[in-house]
Design a protein around this ligand. Structure first.
Ligand code: HEC
Length: 201
């Protein structure tokens, strides 16, 4: 064989080996994963996305939440993530079978959100935190997202999910701040983030 053929063969084998190791073998290991049904409650874990949750995931992607938040509880010798209270077990590939695209993330400017639905189930808390994180978490450096909300004049009764804003956030008498559909969907998505079920292998 001449020099060019050896070179070609070398390049080909390098790419083929990476493809086998990084694409083929992981795909073989993961392709049979399915959600599991809880024998007592009958619920599926993980559950397929509802329409609202799916739209909420897009709001999560569009606003770049992944740049500051991971969604993976790591194991390892020290179990630091478990000690921080970010989960009751390390994440498992099964947790992500419905997530397209997966929002694993690498940055942890803010806490890991794999189990935020368990840690913080209250929609009201999430609305106020998204509107301005300083309301619920003084000193937070998470950016406020007021554009996910609408300030409007109260006509008739106050909206049931209008934000309870006090002090420096209070709005004028006769006005209210309500979540836009995107904020509602985003909170439904955050509430579904729950890896607390036990994995059956
Ligand atoms: C610039 C970095 C940054 C971005 C972008 C960001 N966050 Fe945060 N987030 C933080 C920090 C820091 C905290 C911790 C302080 C706090 O609670 O506000 C936090 C806290 C949170 C918490 C509470 C976590 C807990 O354990 O109590 C939630 C929920 C959250 N963020 C959701 C989001 C969502 C949804 C988005 C996208 C719309 C987002 N964050 C975008 C930095 C960020």
């Amino acid at each position: 064989m001449n020099y060019a053929s050896w070179l070609f063969l070398g390049v080909f084998l390098t790419f083929a080996a990476s493809w086998v190791a990084l694409v083929f073998i992981p795909n073989e290991q993961l392709k049979g994963l399915q959600s599991q049904r809880d024998e007592i409650t009958g619920e599926l874990h993980p559950a397929p996305f509802s329409g609202e949750e799916e739209r909420g995931m897009r709001v999560y992607v569009a606003n770049g939440c992944v740049y500051c938040h991971s969604q993976q509880v790591r194991g390892g010798d020290w179990n630091a993530d478990l000690e921080r209270g970010w989960g009751s077990r390390r994440s498992h590939p099964k947790d992500y079978i419905y997530d397209v695209p997966q929002q694993l993330g690498t940055m942890r400017t803010g806490p890991d959100l794999s189990n935020i639905g368990v840690r913080q189930p209250s929609a009201e808390w999430h609305y106020r935190h998204l509107y301005d994180p300083e309301i619920t978490s003084p000193g937070s450096n998470m950016p406020p997202h007021p554009f996910l909300f609408e300030k409007r004049k109260i006509t008739g009764a106050r909206a049931p999910d209008a934000l309870k804003l006090e002090g420096e956030w209070a709005v004028e008498q006769g006005w209210e701040v309500v979540p836009k559909p995107g904020a509602r969907d985003l909170v439904k998505y955050l509430q579904r983030l729950d890896q607390s079920y036990e994995i059956e292998d």
